[in-house]
Ligand binder design. Sequence first.
Ligand code: FPP
Length: 247
Amino acid sequence: MKTEQREYELEAAIKTEKVPRHVAVIMDGNGRWAVEKGLPRHEGHRQGVETVRSVVRHCSEFGIKVLTLFAFSTENWKRPVREVNYLMSLPVEYFKTELDELMSNNVQVRMIGDKKKLPRRVQKAVDDGFEATRNNTGMILNFALNYGSRQEIIMAVDGLLSDAKEGRIKGKINEKTFSRYMYTAELPDPDLLIRTSGEIRISNFLLWQLAYSELWFTDVYWPDFSKLHLLEALYEYQNRKRRFGKV
Ligand code: FPP
């Protein structure tokens, strides 16, 4: 009852016109959640998918335009093979079981990251998910898979250099030109970054794009992240002063 009451209060206090356009999330703490319960780590990831389902639904309801979820980093390949395999099975499973709900909520699926190095079945699941939802006009659900921000920046520089060599770039390079070479080319920068599990760092996530984002951290592990926590983050975001370097 207390939780419901607080959710109700926060939901009433949130101004729809000030909802962040783009929310990015570092979903951390699955492993610790499981280990503290005496469960194998993959149980934490399994429960983490349940949180993904609920956060996607709520963000879409609140009118958020883009939700980017950090699901697998370029560094996560260093985990034990069994865990990597389990993590790779999640997008495949998710797109299979969630497609109907994504369609009925008008959600469009995309991904950022180095797709070519993902297993074929994951590439196919992402491509199929994109194809099936491409005409949806509601929230963009953007999965960061095999994503690393430094890799993305190097890829962008590489693309820029080769276009410059071919004479396809006129004039000087500015921030707008550079952004067009990133995975996030068509997306607005995140307004709000959420990281769970008590870690206070960015971990090679959207380094360029987070330049002016509001950062919000919570000790809660991702599998326990609920609607209430999301509302708290949105409420705090709306009550911060974003100055973008001005006074
Ligand atoms: C970090 O927790 C989390 C990950 C590396 C994976 C996150 C993935 C999900 C939540 C599921 C993604 C869902 C879909 C549909 C693709 P950790 O394992 O590093 O936790 P720890 O720091 O406690 O060990």
